[in-house]
Design a protein around this ligand. Sequence first.
Ligand SMILES: [Zn+2]
Length: 100
Amino acid sequence: MITLTHGTLEAFNAGCTSKLNCPNHWAGEPTCKQIDLRYRSDYQFRKQIDAGMTPAQILEAERAAGAEAKAAAIVAKNAAVLARRAQATAAQRAALKAAA
Ligand SMILES: [Zn+2]
């Protein structure tokens, strides 16, 4: 018996076409059916698969990109807070200088 990796087009094409029969469904991972649907409907995803990436690699890269974007957003937010704080401090300094 050939062991197929679920969540792949190969497994879908080999007959894993039902959500409930795919072990990935019960593991909370994308099913073979979902991967097939995405392959047929998502041009970027299709290009990556056709270039030799596995669905798992693409999903992992997407997760990493999401985490990076989140981290970048936090850094940008903190930078804005620090900039505001620096401005306030400068304004306070100017006010103190004017009062003196
Ligand atoms: Zn499957």
